[in-house]
Design a protein around this ligand. Structure first.
Ligand SMILES: Nc1nc2c(c(=O)[nH]1)N[C@H]1C(S)=C(S)[C@@H](COP(=O)(O)O)O[C@H]1N2
Ligand SMILES: [Mo]
Length: 428
């Protein structure tokens, strides 16, 4: 559209009338553009809803799920801007559905190897000095769709890495509550448990709890959503989502881990040689190009390549983009603030000449860790594991402008683990 015409449209009725007069027959879109000027708007509302035109931006729930109570759904990463995941789009992972917890009858118990066992109401938790921090939460099963061989041609950014979300969490440092209870000298581990139907239970080392774990009650400025653990959950910065117990009911202080069903039947890694690796908590560096990404369509010309990066080992130091499957790399811009254990938005201006190209991205964190290629990942892990997939995701753009999964097939047996969070079929 020509710029003068555009500004005249913005100018409203008075400025617009000459434009409309100048044309014998106003075009349909012009009529439509002016429509809101002519009608009184909707009244005030007590709780805001997004525009009905945005209603198709939703979490992805796989049609292959056998049940929706013990399952996971995905944040639509490529439909979002900035780094904060809106509360209604935070990914979900539940083992026994979403319990309804009444904040009046809610209690948090801290007991075991403490001087004084304590019981907190929600009100009491809110009275403690509070901390607000932005942290990602990522399921250890994120990326599991990348285990498929040959690679899934219909992969999207959502289904590649959408079991990760990023929010501003408010709560009490767990260290403060433990200090209140008084730790006995033998205390080494915490056993947090949820009040959901599976009494979800994990083992958390005391050192991490004293460092930066939050007992969180708010998410992006309002109370936690029921799906995220209302009224209280653990937020364990940089560690796998599965240890961040929701609907937190009690914390038992012990000298040993508990080896609960939730950390042995799941969230234990099967190595290439069949040996098991337990307690792999820290999330490796990740990045995903969200634009252009799987199943989108682009035109030749200018584009801003956009994506998200994060790491459980600390801040993201840099993100690189390759246009030649890793032979050369260009450094992307990181949008400040670059926070520890939080999503970072990366951007790179790019001119697409219309020729076939494959885009890769890889994140580097302040610990010097980066992402492996698909080949490197499977050489290390074999095909038995279901967790901690962080291989580079490739997107192929063909001359017709279509963007599809650019991962290359691997030699050997086509294999994909069954079940678990992150996969879209739940066999266990
Ligand atoms: N009580 C309880 N806590 C839980 C779970 C659960 O099923 N029950 N699932 C865990 C897993 S595996 C993950 S990945 C995260 C997901 O958090 P979210 O649903 O808020 O994204 O919660 C964790 N905490
Ligand atoms: Mo998870």
């Amino acid at each position: 559209m020509d710029r003068r015409k555009f500004f005249r449209l913005l100018g409203g009725g008075v400025l617009l009338s000459p434009l409309l007069k100048a044309q014998a027959q106003p075009k349909a879109w012009e009529e439509k553009t002016l429509e809101p000027l002519r009608t009184l708007g909707s009244p005030l509302s007590e709780y805001g809803e997004r525009s009905p035109f945005e209603a198709e931006v939703v979490r992805y729930i796989s049609p292959n799920l056998r049940t929706r109570t013990s399952g996971a759904d995905f944040t639509p990463l490529e439909r979002l801007s900035g780094v904060i995941t809106p509360n209604g789009l935070h990914f979900e992972r539940h083992h026994g559905g979403v319990p309804q917890v009444d904040p009046q009858s809610y209690r948090l118990v801290i007991h075991g190897l403490v001087e004084t066992p304590l019981v907190f109401t929600l009100e009491e938790l809110r009275r403690f000095p509070s901390v607000t921090r932005t942290y990602f939460i990522e399921c250890a099963g994120n990326g599991q769709n990348g285990y498929r061989n040959p690679p899934d041609p219909n992969l999207t950014a959502t289904r590649s890495r959408g079991l990760a979300s990023n929010a501003s969490w408010t709560g009490v440092p767990l260290a403060l509550l433990l200090k209140e209870a008084g730790l006995r000298p033998e205390a080494r581990w915490l056993i947090p448990e949820g009040v959901d139907a599976v009494a979800y239970t994990r083992s958390l080392p005391l050192d991490k709890a004293m460092e930066d774990v939050l007992v969180a009650y708010a998410q992006n400025g309002e109370a936690l959503r029921p799906e995220q653990g209302y009224p209280v959950r653990l937020v364990v910065p940089g560690w796998e989502g599965s240890i961040q117990v929701k609907w937190l009911r009690r914390i038992l202080v012990t000298d040993l881990p508990t080896m609960s069903k939730d950390e042995t039947s799941e969230y234990t890694d099967v190595m290439a040689d069949g040996k098991l690796l337990a307690f792999t908590w820290i999330m490796d560096p990740e990045s995903i190009i969200t634009y252009p990404s799987g199943l989108q369509r682009i035109q030749p010309g200018f584009h801003e390549i956009r994506g998200l990066a994060w790491s459980g080992y600390g801040r993201i130091r840099k993100v690189e983009v390759s246009f030649d499957e890793g032979r050369s790399w260009r450094q992307a811009d990181l949008e400040p603030p670059v926070e520890r254990h939080a999503f970072v938005r990366f951007k790179l201006p790019w001119y697409w000449d219309g020729r076939e190209v494959v885009l890769w991205s890889r994140a580097w964190d302040e610990g010097g860790n980066t992402q492996p290629t698909r080949e490197e990942f499977f050489r290390k892990w074999g095909r038995n594991n279901r967790y901690h997939y962080n291989a580079i995701q490739a997107w192929r753009i063909t001359p017709d402008g279509r963007v599809t999964n650019g991962d290359r097939p691997l030699g050997g047996v086509a294999q994909r683990p069954a079940g678990g969070c992150g996969g879209e079929v739940f066999d266990v």
